[in-house]
Design a protein around this ligand. Structure first.
Ligand code: ADP
Ligand code: ZN
Length: 757
């Protein structure tokens, strides 16, 4: 008796009211508790939207329910939930937990995270319409009653009995050959009843067609592929949740491994997400999956709201086995998720550059671990974060060191731009010119990569290649046109622009670089008979233009394809016999601690575009810094050497992955108000650090490389620590009650684990 009776102290508190915890996307963000009125109790579940009063606002606000529970009304006076907006939760409980984790980690309002997770097209019911359905009120109507009705009404009743499910008036009118008036009469008599339902306006609003130009042959796996697949399926079967880094050189056949791994989870009725950089979502990639699985949902940025909503519903109903898409596909509401794959895991597009500034790799990790399913990260050039995770036992490394069919990796030749005899007045050196000419003579195709990261103008000596850098951060200084200053945008170290090179005294130091447009002009005049196409942000604005150029290149209508990093990724064209990198230094000397990693990745990726057929391929890299470890390692396809050197370089300054970094960007319309706001934020951060006793390095405020953007002045503050926890706590504490007067017109945004600095 004693055991079954609840202890008296629990009886003292009567759980007499149902409570919903609600979060918002606008300040104040919550979470706040509300009372659920009795008539809404059955309807409201976590993951649904509600309308509730908030603060002193006259209008009810839309919020997201994260929890429902029973509580006592004695101690608190709660306001009521006014309305429940959804029939079904838009997020299942694991996704609600993911939202709350993201909100905490990225310091973003939970309501804003929900709005990111659930596409606006879903929230707005895009592409749906209300339809009215009729059914019999009494399913067992006796014949006598039916026969007493007029003929048309009888026919309607008999039709509904025969069809045995609710029908729209249009359907009834066809089947029973009647007008709408006898339907209305029957409803008035109470013999049939109506119910309106929201449904998709068309059954399939898809626009993209399956590209079946090619046959998908199921290859016999290579030994490397077999080994990789075994590791992944073992991780699936273990149900532990594990991260695997699939480090496979370009052309090693990673996609085939993904497909087989997904086949393994699909066998058990489960499904998978494949995340890819938007740019590599070509019809070929898509086709490879669609030919192997009956239900594939492809998400991309050019979908109409109706398409997006339609796909989301299909996914949620469990009708697809595979979802392929860019970073936001990590939120795909698959009911039985069994595997997440992130292809090209090093790619910067997995980080969202607007709030909430999440990284799909980190979110994928959180989601996979909470569901105890594997996360597979695939790449030829692992991010140092993932590499470090393998070295510290947080991830398992799987290597695929050779290309399918044992095709050799292409030869990489470095052209030293400091050598006067090789230089020309243009962007293309003599050795590169010669190589392009030979390739064209051989009827081969050429890719020329001009990496430009726009605005940042590094100060580099064109004679010796020396780069002017900050003594404290080791970052290249950035040239600021106004006032002839050279500034470290990490710590604000500033000097006057040097009139001559500090290393070799050459007095023609130059700023900034060459654009793709000028390169196109030069290429056309050097090779007047070649068919040239340019691919960059300017020429690829229109949807579909990317595909158009690529298919023209594939079919051999273009000889030379030149462009920005857009052309470095994922293309598989066997007739590309030469890849030229116009200036490897523009990526290398960008003021970002990941510059070397990007350069290594870029050179490796673009090298991977050649040597894919039987005719081999070669790569020419033009640089002022041929001895730089990143360029050396890239020229030998030696990732491990690169990772080793780079890890040592980062250790010196505690840069990630050895430490954590966060950034706060402050924007405003008036320069000195913006700067002084940034300064007072720094003071608060310093106070918070003191109070918490954390070891956090606070740098700045300093102007970022793009210090004025869209009419707003920008400053940023960098924070560094060995662990993410103290960093997050310091920012949370400092910003908790930091309110900027509205008249100042200054905003700030927190960026945890920034990747573009
Ligand atoms: P990665 O993604 O590693 O760069 P892919 O998956 O694109 O490589 O494969 C490169 C090429 O090799 C593709 O054309 C693919 O069809 C082919 N391929 C993959 N696996 C095999 C195999 N086991 N045998 C023969 N060809 C294969
Ligand atoms: Zn500095």
């Amino acid at each position: 008796l004693f055991e079954t009776a609840p202890p008296p102290w629990e009886l003292a508190v009567a759980d007499d009211v149902a409570i919903a915890t609600i979060v918002f996307s606008e300040a104040p963000h919550g979470p706040y508790d509300y009372r659920i009125p009795d008539d809404l109790r059955e309807d409201l579940k976590p993951g649904m939207r509600v309308k509730v009063p908030l603060g002193h606002r006259r209008k009810a606000m839309i919020g997201w329910c994260i929890e429902t529970k029973m509580g006592s009304s004695a101690s608190r006076s709660l306001r009521d939930v006014a309305e429940v907006l959804d029939d079904e939760p838009l997020c299942d409980p694991p996704l609600v937990r993911l939202v709350m984790w993201m909100s905490h980690y990225y310091q973003a309002p939970a309501g804003q995270v929900f709005d990111t997770l659930i596409p606006s097209s879903v929230r707005a019911n895009a592409g749906t319409r209300e339809r009215t359905y009729y059914e019999l009120t009494n399913k067992k109507l006796d014949d006598a009653t039916i026969e007493s009705l007029p003929a048309k009404q009888q026919q309607i009743i008999r039709t509904l009995i025969a069809v045995a499910r609710p029908m729209t008036s249009a359907q009834i009118m066809v089947e029973a050959d009647c007008t709408s008036s006898p339907i209305k009469t029957l409803e008035k008599k109470g013999l049939i009843s109506s119910e309106s339902r929201r449904e998709m306006a068309t059954s399939s609003p898809m626009r993209w067609q399956l590209d079946d130009g090619e046959k998908e042959t199921k290859h016999d796996l290579t030994d490397d592929q077999t080994h990789a697949l075994e590791k992944i399926t073992a991780a699936v079967d273990s149900e532990e949740g594990k991260t695997l880094l699939l480090h496979g050189v370009t052309g090693s056949g990673k996609t085939e491994v993904y497909i087989r791994a997904i086949e393994h989870v699909v066998k058990f009725g489960r499904s998978a997400i494949v995340l890819v950089p938007e740019i590599s979502l070509t019809p070929q990639t898509r086709g490879r999956f669609e030919r192997r699985f009956p239900g594939v949902a492809v998400l991309h940025s050019q979908m109409t709201p109706a398409e997006r909503h339609f796909q989301w519903q299909r996914i949620r109903r469990g009708e697809v086995q595979v979802v392929i898409g860019p970073r936001s596909a990590v939120f795909a509401p698959l009911p039985r998720l069994g595997l997440i794959i992130l292809d090209e895991e090093h790619d910067g597009s997995f980080k969202q550059d607007t709030a909430p500034r999440y990284h799909a790799r980190k979110v994928a990790f959180a989601r996979a671990m909470s569901l105890k399913v594997p996360l597979v990260l695939g790449t030829a050039t692992p991010s140092l974060e993932s590499w470090h995770a393998c070295n510290t036992g947080h991830a398992e490394l799987i290597s695929m060191p050779s290309r399918v069919g044992n095709r050799p990796m292409p030869d990489v030749q470095l052209v030293d731009l400091r050598v006067r005899d090789d230089r020309t007045s243009g962007a293309i050196s003599r050795p590169l010119h010669k190589a392009v000419q030979e390739t064209l003579d051989d009827k081969g195709q050429v890719i020329l990569l001009l990496n430009r990261r726009g605005f940042a103008t590094t100060i580099q000596c064109p004679s010796c290649g020396h780069v002017v850098a900050c003594p404290d951060c080791d970052m290249p200084l950035t040239h600021h046109r106004d006032g002839g200053k050279a500034v470290c945008h990490y710590c604000d170290y500033t000097i006057g622009t040097p009139p001559w090179c500090p290393a070799c005294r050459f007095d023609g130091i130059r700023y900034g670089g060459l654009g793709t447009q000028r390169l196109e002009v030069e290429v056309k005049s050097r090779f007047p008979n070649a068919r040239v196409a340019r691919m960059d942000g300017d020429t690829m604005r229109r949807p579909g233009s990317h595909q158009k150029v690529l298919s023209a290149f594939r079919s051999g209508e273009i000889d030379i394809l030149l462009g920005t990093q857009m052309i470095a990724k994922g293309l598989d064209f066997p007739n590309v016999l030469l890849v030229g990198v116009i200036n490897a230094d523009s990526a290398l000397h960008f003021p970002d601690f990941r510059a070397a990693e990007r350069t290594f990745g870029l050179v490796t990726q673009v090298s991977g575009r050649t040597g894919r057929g039987n005719r081999g391929g070669r790569v020419i890299v033009q640089t002022f810094s041929p001895e730089h470890p990143a360029i050396q390692a890239a020229s030998r396809h030696d990732y491990e050497q690169f990772a080793h050197d780079e890890m040592n370089a980062r250790r010196k300054f505690n840069y990630p992955p050895l430490g954590s970094v966060a950034r706060i960007i402050i924007r405003g319309t008036v320069e000195d108000v913006t700067e002084s706001t940034a300064e007072s934020l720094v003071q608060r951060l310093e106070q918070a650090r003191e109070k918490l006793g954390h070891e956090v390095r606070i740098l700045g405020p300093a102007p970022p490389p793009m210090s004025k953007l869209r009419g707003k002045y920008r400053f940023h503050i960098l924070l560094q620590a060995t662990e993410p926890g103290p960093l997050g706590d310091t920012i949370r504490t400092a910003t908790e009650k930091f309110v900027i007067p509205e008249k100042d017109d200054v905003q700030y945004v927190v960026d945890i684990d920034p990747i573009d600095m």
